[in-house]
Write a protein that binds this ligand. Sequence first.
Ligand SMILES: C[S@@+](CC[C@H](N)C(=O)[O-])C[C@H]1O[C@@H](n2cnc3c(N)ncnc32)[C@H](O)[C@@H]1O
Length: 236
Amino acid sequence: MVVQDKTPDRTDEDARFDELDNSELPQRILADAYPVLKQFHDKLMAEGEPRGLIGPRDVHIVWERHILNSAAVVPFIRKAVSHDAKKRVADVGSGGGFPGIVAAACLPDCEFTLIEPMERRVEWLNECVRQFGLDNVLVLRARSEEVINQIRKHDLEPFGAVTCRAVAPMTKLSGWTLPLLKSHGQLIALKGRSAQVELDKAEKMIRKYHGAHARVCLAPVGEGLEPTHVVLVDKM
Ligand SMILES: C[S@@+](CC[C@H](N)C(=O)[O-])C[C@H]1O[C@@H](n2cnc3c(N)ncnc32)[C@H](O)[C@@H]1O
């Protein structure tokens, strides 16, 4: 986290500021996606907490904790779908749009499907899609298991990559994500420091759902910011 002096006349109660407000880092990292993600940032600052999408302590670190952290998956997605004619990506449990909305803004040539069961969150996600003109995003109000059933019935094509953050431990997540993938697709999961322990516990489940080469990568978030952990699992 960036340590920065707060402007003296602003208090935590009444001020809506972000620690990276005066930094060039978001613009440098997000490049062409910055204008859209600045709007997303400002919407989150204004509405994210009252609408239950971010915690009260996150209001001042929306760039780092939510947007730049989500953007860490972008190079992994780009690589995972690089050989696909249709670059189809599913984000499971998108919540406030992490990492789905951020990744979709950064990768306009990929088609994103955001899978989220909660009505209020789906409303928020659809609002973001309309407001920011993200025409590469479809929001599905569903649990991942329901989407998996659609794939099994051949009503939906499987995806080249699946992303997720803070949805469930790997033991459960394996069954919610790996069946969404086509053969040679990849699961890209943002995880905490216990990523390797989670992977070790989930070994059997990963194998059961035809996952292989499960590994943890340390992914950069931005200069001077703590890197994040990304779990990668290949679908056989
Ligand atoms: C803790 S939130 C994380 C939201 C977002 N990914 C983030 O990082 O801020 C977990 C989300 O997963 C969703 N969820 C829970 N079970 C799910 C399932 N079986 N399939 C898809 N989404 C699910 C919840 O509705 C919730 O929005």
